[in-house]
Write a protein that binds this ligand. Structure first.
Ligand code: HAM
Length: 421
């Protein structure tokens, strides 16, 4: 019996795996230029961090966490998201006692026990940025535009930025009450009725058409904002407009995590079917206090690497040829034991000169090794037999023209420079 990767997971294999690397690099680059430093937190944390940070009433905490007891009897959870761990690390190391905002970016795996389908996995990867310790609409606008810049650098044209605000602890309770009042009057199933009491905002997010049809006239958060939240949101909007960032106001946008306050947003792509969110984020002014820290108003986002690659593929951004990695340019064909040892050293020299080089391993004969050269995609093969060794030379074969010349070993790098740009 052979093994398969667990349900809801998949392997990134070359050359497609290069696409994931490209997404990570492109999304991180604008953040680095804006002063965000790289942070890496553990893949697992105390379960209570997520229960309190992400929120007991969310699907993530109530249904989707990979939680287990370790051998020391601790309750451990594989991280379902990166924000709570980053805030935990900032508080633990006192980073918030220095210059604010603390700006961090990360890239890593996350785990959610979701109903697996295309674009929705149980193991997936995110790149994220977090700016902690400042309440300033300019910071919200910075965070959002850094995401926009990352997607633009990838060439993605079909992304829409949905923007909303969720108010603050001053105005949210009144909105929640108004929303509950409206929802309780609707004819809804039992599970949804329970949801109204626990997390009424999530009802707005229900994708079932029969639920959406009943929501006509539902109170919108934007009509219940306090003066401060209204002004803050207007600032964020006008800063985005001034910097040329297009957005769509979506007063029904709700996020699946409980820590959000004020600005919330999502990046959606039309080419992905039901899993359209390629990234999302917002402000989480109360999260630090929720996990035992001081007030630390903060804002950030995370983008899904897997979905972003799917979105790029939907736009045909990688062309026909999936190879986006570093194709082999030079292929060594050593004939015999001694030639193999010499080829090993020659390749090191060739690679140090900047070429991508590979060779035939395992003592293959000329025919098998030349087949390897063809498969590698290299344009030049270096054939080294016993006679060549004695002459301190190699046969350089141009694999496109089949032309072959003898080159002294000491001049191979020079000769390659003339042949390969
Ligand atoms: P999130 O919306 O849960 O937010 O996830 C962000 C992105 O991760 C999603 O837009 C999606 O692209 C990707 N994603 C989420 N779940 C899956 C899945 N099961 N399979 C594939 N991709 C997935 C957060 O995680 C927040 N921590 C974002 C944030 C940072 N807010 C403030 N700072």
């Amino acid at each position: 019996m052979t093994f398969q990767s667990p349900k809801g997971t998949f392997d990134w294999l070359p050359p497609r795996s290069e696409r994931a690397l490209r997404v990570r690099e492109a999304m991180a680059e604008p953040a680095r230029r804006a002063g965000y430093g790289y942070i890496e937190t553990p893949t697992f944390e105390d379960t209570a961090l997520f229960a309190r940070g992400v929120g007991e009433s969310t699907d993530i905490v109530s249904k989707e966490m990979y939680t287990f007891q370790d051998k020391g009897g601790r309750s451990i959870t594989l991280r379902p998201e990166g924000t709570a761990p980053v805030v935990r690390a900032v508080l633990q190391h006192g980073l918030h006692n220095g210059r604010l905002p603390v700006k961090l970016w990360y890239s890593g795996n996350n785990f959610r026990y979701e109903r697996a389908q295309r674009g929705r996995y149980r193991h997936f990867s995110q790149v994220g940025i977090e700016a902690l310790g400042a309440e300033d609409p300019v910071l919200d606008a910075e965070v959002i535009s850094l995401g926009v810049q990352g997607y633009a650098a990838l060439g993605l044209g079909g992304i829409t930025l949905l923007l909303n605000t969720l108010g603050c602890k001053e105005c949210r309770p009144a909105y929640r009450a108004a929303l509950q009042g409206f929802l309780r009057g609707l004819d809804l199933d039992e599970a949804t009725r329970q949801r109204i009491e626990i997390n009424p905002l999530r009802v707005l997010d229900d994708s079932r058409p029969e639920v959406q049809a009943r929501l006509t006239g539902v109170p919108l958060v934007t009509d219940h904002l306090c003066q401060a939240c209204k002004a803050y949101h207007e600032d964020v909007r006008s800063l985005l407009t001034a910097s040329g960032v297009a957005y769509t106001d979506d007063p029904r946008l709700v996020r699946g995590l409980d820590y959000y306050t004020r600005t919330t947003f999502e990046f959606v792509h039309g080419g992905l079917g039901s899993q359209s969110a390629v990234g999302g984020g917002g402000r989480y002014d109360g999260l630090s206090e929720m996990i035992g820290g001081p007030p630390l108003p903060s804002v950030g986002w995370a983008i899904g690497v897997d979905r972003t690659v799917l979105a790029m593929e939907a736009e045909g951004l990688f062309g026909e040829d999936p190879a986006t990695g570093t194709p082999v340019q030079v292929y060594g064909v050593p004939l015999g034991e001694e030639a193999r040892r010499r080829m090993f050293l020659l390749l090191a020299e060739i690679r140090a000169a900047g070429f991508v080089a590979d060779m035939a391993f395992g003592g293959k004969g000329l025919k098998g090794a030349m087949k390897g050269a063809d498969r590698s995609g290299a344009s030049v093969a270096l054939i080294l037999g016993e006679r060549d060794l004695a002459a301190q030379a190699v046969q350089m074969k141009d694999l496109t023209t089949a032309e072959q010349t003898e080159v002294p070993l000491a001049q191979v790098v020079e000769a390659l420079k003339g042949k390969i740009q």
